[in-house]
Ligand binder design. Structure first.
Ligand SMILES: NC(=O)c1ccc[n+]([C@@H]2O[C@H](COP(=O)([O-])OP(=O)(O)OC[C@H]3O[C@@H](n4cnc5c(N)ncnc54)[C@H](OP(=O)(O)O)[C@@H]3O)[C@@H](O)[C@H]2O)c1
Length: 306
């Protein structure tokens, strides 16, 4: 089976390449063809997701059984000042893939986000619920979902897999940033301030990658799936857990004290959903994958940090 993977130099892309199932021919692409922050990267095909023509051509040339669109414009705050580029990447690329796949007959796995919801309902979002994003990033990812649904729903060629708070052992993410800050400040007893009134669930690239591969190898027909690690957490909870687990694992001597902040005390350009838990129960049954508690997944991630 031939898979065209985008975002291969990103954190999810790294996990997908590390655990590619047997029997899969992977055509791994990144923006420039290099591995980016991924130390194991390199040898990738260049594919600019902002170039719809190039996305279409990649499908028509390689005729993959699946496009696994793991690449995205993920800079949530920068998207507020670069909405056109974010839309080209997050909305234009999935549309172009979907259009080309209608010609070739392959399928599309579009990785999406909890940020397509407004976070105001106070209970986990189910896959079939309507989108109502708060910021530019969420709007552009919602546009990508809409293109996939509009073009591929009738033929059943598209699957949207939403996730949230993605963290992995390589790349840029909240867990690695907290590890660095704990290391820098812990020894000096300097505190970190972290937001505690936004709740979601951290999701490791290891379990997310396994879910993506399961969609493909099981040829799942469900149009929208949710995948996160199990439980709920605030950013504050995750920051504290990173310090505790890193100390247990000998990655640092002394974690920094963590002070809880409100969102209003830590203003950022993009508004974020305050409660963006995803209800993954039906998707876990569909994928036949057991959930991993987020703290356990975080521990495994930290064990893999070099
Ligand atoms: N990170 C999260 O917390 C989170 C939460 C929910 C959902 N998601 C979704 O999960 C998926 C994987 O995210 P991730 O965390 O692995 O993100 P990531 O580490 O930022 O990786 C995204 C990759 O996409 C690439 N990319 C961006 N613009 C591109 C372009 N124009 N052409 C080609 N490649 C481009 C980036 O390359 P550059 O490094 O060169 O920009 C990067 O390698 C995405 O669909 C994202 O929307 C992520």
């Amino acid at each position: 089976m031939k898979i065209l993977l985008t975002g291969a130099a990103g954190q999810l892309g790294h996990a997908l390449r590390q655990h590619t199932p047997a029997g899969i021919e992977l055509i791994a692409t990144s923006r420039s063809g290099d591995g980016g922050a991924d130390p194991g990267g390199g040898g990738l095909l260049p594919l600019d997701l902002a170039d719809a023509g190039a996305c279409r051509a990649a499908v028509l040339t390689h005729r993959p059984d699946w496009v696994l669109n793991g690449g995205a414009y993920t800079a949530v705050d920068r998207a507020e000042s670069e909405p056109e580029l974010a839309l080209a990447v997050n909305g234009g690329a999935p549309r172009a893939f979907a259009e080309a796949l209608l010609e070739t007959g392959g399928r599309l796995l579009q990785v999406s986000t909890d940020f397509v919801f407004n976070g105001q309902q106070g209970s986990p979002y189910r896959p079939e619920q309507g989108r109502d994003p708060l910021g530019a990033y969420g709007r552009t990812k919602a546009a990508g979902e809409e293109a996939v649904a509009q073009l591929l729903a009738a033929s059943g060629q598209g699957v949207i897999l939403r996730t949230g708070w993605v963290i992995g052992p390589v790349g840029k993410n909240f867990a690695l940033t907290m590890l660095r800050l704990h290391r820098e400040r812990g020894a000096r007893g300097q505190a970190l301030g972290v937001v505690e009134d936004q709740v979601g669930c951290p999701t490791s690239t290891a379990t997310l990658g396994a879910a993506c591969w399961r969609v493909i190898t099981a040829n799942v027909q469900e149009p929208v799936l949710h995948w996160c690690d199990a439980g709920a957490a605030s950013w504050f909870d995750v920051a504290v857990a990173v310090g505790e687990l890193a100390q247990e694992l000998g990655l640092l001597q002394q974690p920094a004290p963590v002070n809880p902040l409100t969102t209003a005390e830590y203003p950022l350009p993009a508004q974020r959903p305050s409660y963006s838990l995803l209800d993954c129960s039906s998707s876990r049954r569909t994928l036949q994958l057991a959930p991993t508690p987020w703290r356990q997944a975080l521990r495994r991630l930290l064990e893999a940090v070099q």
